[in-house]
Design a protein around this ligand. Structure first.
Ligand code: AMP
Length: 375
């Protein structure tokens, strides 16, 4: 079967990596000629709405996306010609942070206090109600901490307004979370649903750096997170994998946002789960039975941001699996990841301890913090 993917980044690359052994072939559409998924399929270099893109995708039996900001018009044009999962409606639901928060509320998914902001008086009014600290975010196109500013005191108001005031905005209460976590749900067209174990996530400068799964001591939160993720997938009539990003505070969960696609917080599933999020997304999209989402043991995923570290030292670490996306190095860019899984009968904590000395200072300190925190 031929599967088309809108977007040719690392998510498309890992989807193709999971789909090729299943006998799937991939057509990947991306405006950039060096899109890294091109190494694993036929790359069509075109803008989303160009007829070359639409025609190439219309020739596939199934079409999916590797990012959520695909223009709705492009997706609708493709949907008229072939089967697209997730639907244009599901993608649109995550494209506007304000509509997304309102949808969460309507589904009884708890969220931090929030308010729409489209003028300076509205911002002052919202701050009056929500108070400091708060986070000002663009409603659209923000990701990896881009398009947002934390307002700790009134001093932060002016610079934040200068940076973001040209956009439609949302103000959210800053959540003093105990930790962040994410639940990935896969749903088939027939409504079969499975959830992966909760990932405990660590962000730095708004970018995901570490994911530990199954999240330590999280049995109660797992059940709560599953209920929220399932309600969302059911509401959207969703087909494929989606991830709901959550803040945990005093045993409660608050939703931050959801991603209608495979997600960085579940990359550990490649080696760490019975069937990975990438394979399960494709199984759902192709109308095949879903696979087992259970963990094989505990896993830790580390993102490589900006540049790939030298593999020689790290690959000598027991239980380490290496992923180089083949992307140009650039500050803040996700260029690869590694997943540590239990090996040689050793518990993950011991292997994490061994790994620390081979990491750069920043990754080592984030990992040490996580280990202390979850001990
Ligand atoms: P986002 O782009 O909304 O996924 O935000 C990126 C990261 O910024 C989150 O994973 C959190 O670490 C932090 N963040 C975003 N919104 C909030 C909030 N309302 N309260 C506390 N931290 C936040």
């Amino acid at each position: 079967m031929k599967v088309g993917i809108l977007g040719g980044g690392q998510l498309a690359r890992m989807l193709a990596g999971a789909g090729i052994p299943l006998g799937l072939e991939f057509t990947i559409v991306d405006p950039k000629p060096d899109a890294c998924a091109g190494a694993l399929g036929q790359l069509v270099t075109a803008d989303w709405e160009e007829s070359a893109a639409i025609e190439a995708l219309a020739g596939c039996e199934r079409v999916t996306c590797d990012f959520e900001n695909v223009p709705a018009a492009a997706l609708e044009a493709v949907s008229r010609r072939t089967t697209v999962h997730p639907s244009a409606r599901a993608l649109a639901a995550g494209q506007d942070r304000l509509a997304e928060k309102r949808m969460f509320e309507s589904l009884d998914i708890p969220v931090p206090p929030f308010a729409a902001v489209s003028s300076r008086p509205e911002l002052l009014e919202a701050l009056e109600r929500i108070g400091y600290p708060a986070v000002l975010k663009t409603r659209r196109m923000g990701y990896d901490g881009k398009g947002q500013a934390v307002l700790k005191t009134v001093e932060d108001l002016e610079p934040a307004w200068q940076a973001l005031g040209d956009h439609e905005l949302i103000l959210e209460g800053f959540v003093p979370f105990d930790f962040e976590c994410a639940i990935t749900v896969v749903r088939s067209a027939a409504g079969d649903m499975r959830c992966y174990p909760l990932s405990r996530t660590v962000h730095h400068d708004g970018i995901l750096r570490l994911a530990l799964a199954p999240a330590p001591a999280a049995e109660v939160l797992q059940a709560k997170a599953e209920r929220l993720g399932r309600a969302l997938a059911e509401h959207l009539g969703y087909v494929g994998c989606l991830t709901l990003e959550l803040f945990a505070r005093d045993g409660r969960l608050l939703a931050n946002e959801f991603a209608p696609r495979v997600h960085n917080s579940a990359h550990w599933t490649i080696e760490g789960a019975q069937v990975s999020q990438f394979e399960n997304h494709l199984r759902a999209v192709c109308d095949w039975p879903l696979g087992d989402t259970a963990a094989r043991g505990r896993s830790l995923m580390i993102n490589w941001i900006g540049h790939m570290p030298r593999p020689e030292k790290l690959l000598a670490c027991r239980g380490l699996h290496w992923h180089d996306y083949g992307k140009q190095a650039r500050p803040g860019r996700k260029v690869g990841h590694a997943t540590l899984t239990e090996a040689d009968g050793q518990p993950l904590d011991k292997l994490m301890g061994e790994l620390v000395s081979s990491l750069d200072d920043q990754s080592a300190s984030l990992l040490t913090g996580l280990m202390n925190d979850s001990a």
